[in-house]
Design a protein around this ligand. Sequence first.
Ligand code: V0V
Length: 197
Amino acid sequence: MLRRPCAAESSGWRLSRPGAAAIAASRIRPPPPATVMDMDLAVGLEVLAIDHVGVAVADLDVAISLYTGPLGGVLTHRESNPEQEVDEAMIAFGDGATVQLIAPSSPESTIAKFIDRNGPGLQQLAFRVPDVVAAAEILRGTGMRLLYREPRPGSAGSLINFVHPKDTGGVLVELVQLPGAVAGTVDAETTPSGGTP
Ligand code: V0V
């Protein structure tokens, strides 16, 4: 299949660096791609790391015992996130690779729905980015659907957003900006009473 000229090429932009991509993304609004092969592959994220892999679990304490016992991990963080309606725990392994265990804290939680539909298991892949707003803007520029207009509170003071799994080959991709990465605030619309896009 022939690759169509990307919007960046036709507009004369050169996107060799992520910084340039972030700037250019704010000016480029191509129509939504029909398939991933049609996306503007010249515009890409600056990914610092795979921040974590998320696993949906029915019982957080049972899962922590499994991951810190026979599976050899170390519990590094645990908290409740009422907006996401989850209780979560971070489990670190050898070189710092991290698994996030995510349990529903209400029957309406997206995690409860996921478990009802699929059973427990891999639920998300989280990319750490320097600036979640800029990263979301880059992906929107390729036609991907971000789940939130503005980032929302994530684990340990992070800011997060998600790409719809139907736009990323069936994987729920999370964007994570660690606290202090750039000056960022949580939009008023991201409070539990706020709406989605
Ligand atoms: C749903 N689908 C998935 C999926 N969840 N595919 C891959 N991975 C997943 N995790 C599929 C589902 O099977 C459908 O496919 C299709 O997407 C649309 O389903 P839907 O019924 O329209 O949508 P829902 O209600 O299942 O919602 C899916 C989304 C929802 C992704 C919109 O889960 C969501 O808002 N997720 C973002 C928030 C989240 O996951 N929070 C919990 C983690 P078919 O049947 O049409 O083919 S909180 C967290 O990570 C924190 C705090 C942190 O990291 O710090």
